[in-house]
Design a protein around this ligand. Sequence first.
Ligand code: DHB
Length: 349
Amino acid sequence: MTAISRTQVGIVGAGPAGLLLSHLLALRGIDSIVVENRSRAYCEARQRAGLLEAGTVELLRAVGLGARMDAEGLEHGGIHLQFEGERHHLDFRDLTGGRWVTIYAQTEIVKDLIKARLAAGAAIEFEVSDTEVSALDTDQPVLRFTDSAGTRHVVTCDVIAGCDGFHGISRDVVAAGGHTVWETAYPYAWLGILAEVPPSTDELIYSHHPDGFALHSLRSPAISRLYLQVAPDEDIAQWPDERIWAQLQRRFALPGWKLTEGPVLEKSITPMRSFVSAPMRRGRLFLAGDAAHIVPPTGAKGMNLAVADVRLLSRAFGATTRTSGSTCWSATPSRRPVGCGGPPTSPGG
Ligand code: DHB
């Protein structure tokens, strides 16, 4: 069976980028559908970043997504840098004219977004398969997918946003039109653990040690997040919990300070890669977030970039997509859209 429908913006991927884009567009009166090949439970459980820059926090608040973040997020006004056996505090507020960061896990933002979108009656299809995008050089690009019940959908859109991450389908489709990649693979990886133990520190500790770097971060007052620099081809099977804690103890050791250990809930190894693919658009398909660029987790930047991307994209779609559904996008990437009114000044703009 095939179901044929129409929406204004087709969004591939229900990570922070795709979900937030759908929310920002709704505030502008623009309809969208989000399709995701994973289950809702998987999206809400996957462990990713946890550090929000002030601009991200301000945007989430401004668009009505700040309630739980404000109640449960932890504001940090600085970090600790440790090297040569000493720990030094860096005061962000002092150094940046009052800016700060907030610890609130990406997975919590995804939960908040899914809840808000579904409460607003938004279309989110989880567990889809065979997602395809086509007719990108026309003014009616098409999103196709098979839903979890086996129905094939053909959705005609005004524009499509590829928010489906580094391994999604969208970037390859853009790349097939000709592209340039800038990529660096770093000669180390991070072994990260999530531990059921209150953080041993008030603010994050970045530690330089002859054995390698270590980072003490957190996800909540009860959950610690810790990382160890390891070889890029490191085998996680070689890292039983006792070995991880022993290395963490060594790399954070400081007289008078104690790292408290607890049960390890999760552990994984993350390769360190920087990747940018350009152009980030082919016809009416636009990439956002990890689909367009990857930064290594060292700077805690990835989700903040994804949020910045969709903020701009929603503004651009808002400027060129009439609430009636017709648009005035130029099919050629280099030309600015013409003949539309300026962007509305709604939240997130
Ligand atoms: C986290 C990761 C980082 O790379 C960083 O700089 C700060 C926090 C984290 O996952 O908690």
